[in-house]
Design a protein around this ligand. Structure first.
Ligand SMILES: *Cc1c(COP(=O)(O)O)cnc(C)c1O
Length: 472
C-alpha cells in the first residue's frame, strides 16, 4: 500500500508537533518509558522543560562561563565523540591538553616550564583533590624519612570553597580553617603561622575568595612561612587555589607575585570554565616541577594502545572543553583576555557606584584587590523594611539570580548580596539590573509593614540552598 493511502501514517507525518500522539499526552516522568517517541517530539518535550530553568546569562551567582563564541559551539559539536582519556586514539586532543598546561605554566611564571607537569580536570574541585593529595603524599614522605608518625596530617586554609572541606574529609586530613575576624575576611600573613605545625601538609591560599572575591596576600603568606621555617625548621608548601584569579591576575595585575615566582608555591589549580572562559567542564592543576608530584600517584594504563600516564579521579571525560580552552588561548592571547577581564572590572566599579546611589546599600567590594564582583550589604543601624533575602527573592521575578548569604565563622552577622561580573555582563545589561533593583525598592516602599524575609526563608531562594557556603 502506498504511503499516502495510509491515513493514519499521513496524519502523523503532517500533524503539528503539539498535536502528535506523542505530545498531546503526558510523557512518562519517573517510570522508564515502555515505547519509543519520535526524536523531534522527545526533543521538544525536553527543550520545553528546560525553559523553566533560570536564564544563565542573568545568573549573577555563578562564576562560570555563560557566554562563549559561536566557534566554541562548533568545536564542542565536533568533539562530542572524543574521550580525552583515550590519548592514543585522539593524540591531537592530548597534544592540545599538553599545550594548555605549558601555556598555563607560562602565564603562571614557572621557572622551568619544560619541567612543569599538569593536567586537565573537570574543574577546580577535582584539581584541588589532586593538589591536596600531592601535598599529603609529599608530607608523608618527608615525615617517614625523619622517622616521625604520619597519622595526624592537617591542612591550613583561609575561609575556602567547599572543595577543600571535601578534600580534608574524603582524605582524612584535619582542616584548620582560619576564621574571619572583624574586618579581616580572609587569611592573612599575620595569622597563618599560628595554625601551622610539623603535621601541616600545606597551606592553601585562595586567589579570589568565594565569599568576598578578595585575593589573599600569597607573597606575604609565603614570607610568613619562610619565617616559620627559619624558626622551627618546618618547610611548609603552598598550594594556590586560583580557581578564578588564575585567569585574571596574569592579565590584569601581572606585577602581583602570587604564582611560581614564589618558590614556596608548589602547585596551582584554576577553573578553565570560570574566567578561563571555556564552557563548563574543565579545570587545571599544575605543579611547579616533577618532584612535587609523587610518582605513585600516577597510574600507567596500557589498554588504550600505548602506555599512558594518568593522574585524575575520573576516567572517561569529554575532550571538547579542553579543545575549547585551547581555542580561547589561541583566539584571545594575553591581550584579548586582558580586554575582556578589564571590561568586567570596569563594569563592577560602575555598578558599585550606581548601587550606592540607590540609597539603602553599602558597597563592601567592587573588584579592587580581587576578582570582578560586587558585594553589598544594607546600611547598618536603619530599619529598611526589607532584607537582602527579600531583594534576592524579588529580583527573581525579573529573572535575575543574585544570591544573598551570610558570611561563615566568625562573621555570620554579616549578610551580603553578591554579583559576579563576568564575560557577557555588559554595561547595558548591568543597567537593566540597576533598574530592576530600583523597581524592587519602589515595591518595598509601596508595601511596608511586612516582616523582612529571614535567612531561613531566604535560603530556599539562594543559589546553593541552606546552609550557605555560597559556592560558585
Ligand atoms: C569555584 C571555585 C572552586 C570550585 O571549582 P569548580 O571548577 O566549580 O569545581 C574552588 N575554589 C574556588 C576559590 C572557587 O571559586
Amino acid at each position: 500500500m502506498p504511503l499516502h493511502a495510509k491515513e493514519h501514517v499521513r496524519d502523523n507525518l503532517l500533524d503539528d508537533i503539539y498535536a502528535t500522539s506523542d505530545l498531546s499526552v503526558a510523557m512518562p516522568k519517573y517510570k522508564f518509558p515502555a515505547g519509543e517517541n519520535r526524536p523531534r517530539d522527545a526533543y521538544q518535550a525536553v527543550h520545553d522543560e528546560l525553559m523553566l530553568d533560570g536564564n544563565a546569562r542573568q545568573n549573577l551567582a555563578t562564576f562560570c562561563s555563560t557566554w562563549v563564541d559561536p566557534e566554541i559551539h562548533r568545536l564542542m559539536d565536533e568533539c562530542v565523540d572524543k574521550n580525552m582519556i583515550d590519548k592514543d586514539e585522539y593524540p591531537q586532543t592530548a597534544e592540545l591538553e599538553a599545550r594548555c598546561v605549558a601555556m598555563l605554566a607560562d602565564i603562571w611564571n614557572s621557572p622551568e616550564a619544560d619541567n612543569t607537569v599538569g593536567c586537565s580536570t573537570t574543574g577546580s574541585s577535582e584539581a584541588s583533590m589532586l593538589g591536596g593529595m600531592a601535598l599529603k603524599w609529599r608530607w608523608r614522605e618527608r615525615m617517614k624519612a625523619q622517622g616521625k608518625p604520619t597519622d595526624k596530617p592537617n591542612l591550613v586554609t583561609g575561609p575556602v570553597q567547599i572543595c577543600w572541606h571535601k578534600f580534608t574529609r574524603y582524605w582524612e586530613v584535619e582542616h584548620r580553617e582560619v576564621p574571619m575576624e572583624g574586618e579581616r575576611l580572609i587569611m592573612t600573613p599575620e595569622v597563618v603561622a599560628d595554625y601551622c605545625d610539623e603535621n601541616t601538609i600545606g597551606v592553601v591560599s585562595t586567589l579570589g575568595v568565594t565569599y568576598t572575591g578578595q585575593y589573599e596576600d600569597i607573597k606575604g603568606i609565603s614570607q610568613a612561612l619562610d619565617q616559620v621555617q627559619a624558626d622551627k625548621g618546618w618547610d611548609i608548601p603552598i598550594h594556590v587555589d586560583a580557581a578564578s584569579g588564575g585567569f585574571l591576575a596574569p592579565f590584569c595585575r601581572p606585577q602581583l607575585e602570587w604564582d611560581f615566582r614564589l618558590p614556596r608555591v608548589k602547585s596551582i589549580n584554576a577553573s578553565g570554565h570560570k574566567f578561563g572562559l571555556a564552557p563548563l567542564g574543565v579545570g587545571w592543576a599544575v605543579w611547579r616541577d616533577r618532584e612535587e608530584l609523587p610518582e605513585d600517584l600516577i597510574f600507567w594504563v596500557n589498554y588504550l594502545g600505548s602506555n599512558i600516564p594518568t593522574f585524575a579521579l575520573n576516567f572517561s571525560r569529554p575532550g571538547g572543553q579542553i579543545v575549547a580552552q585551547y581555542y580561547n588561548f589561541l583566539r584571545l592571547g594575553r591581550e584579548g583576555y586582558r580586554k575582556i577581564q578589564q571590561a568586567c572590572y570596569d563594569t563592577a566599579v560602575f555598578l558599585g557606584r550606581e548601587i550606592e546611589k540607590l540609597g539603602p546599600f553599602e558597597v563592601l567590594y567592587n573588584g579592587e584587590g580581587g576578582i570582578p564582583a560586587l558585594l553589598w550589604s544594607l546600611k547598618p543601624g536603619v530599619d529598611h523594611g526589607f532584607s537582602l533575602y527579600d531583594l534576592s527573592d524579588k529580583l527573581r521575578s525579573r529573572g535575575w539570580q543574585v544570591p544573598a548569604y551570610s558570611m561563615p565563622a566568625n562573621r555570620q552577622d554579616l549578610v551580603v548580596c553578591r554579583a559576579m561580573i563576568r564575560h557577557g555582563i555588559s554595561r547595558d545589561l548591568g543597567c537593566l539590573l540597576l533598574e530592576d533593583i530600583q523597581r524592587c525598592l519602589d515595591y518595598f516602599a509601596k508595601h511596608p509593614g511586612r516582616e523582612p524575609m529571614s535567612a531561613a526563608e531566604g535560603a530556599s531562594f539562594s543559589h546553593t540552598g541552606a546552609p550557605m557556603p555560597p559556592a560558585k
